[in-house]
Design a binder for this molecule. Structure first.
Ligand code: NDP
Length: 262
């Protein structure tokens, strides 16, 4: 039996991202910003992307010298190989990819148009695959890397009026399992974090400022509170870190117990 190592510093090191480069899509605002911040606080350098340059500039100003940004619309699929190449040329190999960028759309299913459906699927599913394919190709060649998808509690159980969103996030959960089987032999892990009710502009807009919907959300959450965006940040740090080196193909709910089916 090996001796128990009570050295706290050594224990802390398994959560360190020191020397790693992380790409966080949609990292200029909302949950993505806090993922970037948690990764930087854990020792990583971070590149954030998004469509709005002013938002990215402000985010990088707050995140400090270990952060930089690239402006990109991930739904422009043909631009993704050049984006990833430009990031690696400027900053070196991407060790960690967090596919965080996403959109929601709240409508009764029978009112969802084909254009609505395509827009959500294009952003939350097809673009996520395209970014993952490009980064995954490079990680496989280097035989190291960690990919994390930000899905949703909507991928774990049914929620009304988010049919396209639910379809996209559930499909990403399936993609994680399929890719984990393909990427594991190359030491590339892929997992997902499924946030519950997290206080961000996207969630508050989805609730339409309706206090009764907010109360209902809390009634369904055993811990009885809203999650904070940094709760998702720390979960992604864990999955990206050496502490999670034997974890691949899973979706980790970070939801105050919401997915238990309370
Ligand atoms: P926000 O709307 O606050 O942020 C979304 C981010 O994605 C923005 O930075 C946005 O930047 C970026 N983005 C959206 N579309 C594109 C695009 N086409 N190209 C590039 N970037 C894009 O949402 P949240 O922070 O709340 O959500 C982040 C993730 O967490 C999403 O995937 C969401 O589905 C998931 N989630 C959130 C929950 C919550 O409670 N908030 C619950 C469950 C899941 P820009 O507009 O500048 O392009």
């Amino acid at each position: 039996m090996p001796e128990i190592d009570n050295n706290n510093a050594a224990a802390m090191n398994v959560f360190s991202l020191h020397g790693k480069l992380a790409l966080v899509t949609g990292g200029g605002s909302g949950i993505g910003f806090y993922i970037a911040q948690a990764m930087i606080q854990s020792g990583a350098k971070v590149v954030v992307t998004g469509r709005r340059e002013a938002v990215l500039q402000e985010a990088v100003g707050l995140l400090g010298t270990n952060a930089s940004y690239f402006v990109n619309d991930i739904t422009q699929l043909s631009t993704i190989p050049d984006l990833i190449a430009a990031i690696e040329e400027a900053h070196g190999p991407i060790d960690i990819l967090v596919n965080n960028a996403g959109i929601n759309m709240k409508k009764h299913a029978i009112e969802v148009t084909d254009e609505d459906f395509d827009r959500v699927i294009q952003t939350n599913l097809h673009a996520v695959f395209a970014v993952t394919r490009e980064c995954g190709k490079r990680m496989i060649a280097r035989e190291k890397g960690s990919i994390i998808m930000i899905t949703s509690m909507a991928a774990l159980y049914g929620i009304d009026r988010v049919v396209a969103y639910t379809a996209s996030k559930s499909a990403v959960g399936g993609m994680v399992k399929a890719l984990a089987t393909e990427f594991s032999p190359y030491n590339v892990r892929i997992n997902a974090v499924a946030p519950g009710f997290i206080e961000t502009p996207m969630m508050l807009t989805a609730m339409n400022g309706d206090p009764s919907r907010r109360d209902k959300a809390m009634d369904r959450t055993p811990m009885g509170t809203w999650g904070k965006p940094d709760d998702i940040g720390w979960a992604t740090v864990f999955l990206a870190s050496p502490a999670a080196k034997f974890i691949t193909g899973v979706t980790l709910p970070v939801d105050g117990g919401n997915s238990i089916g309370f």
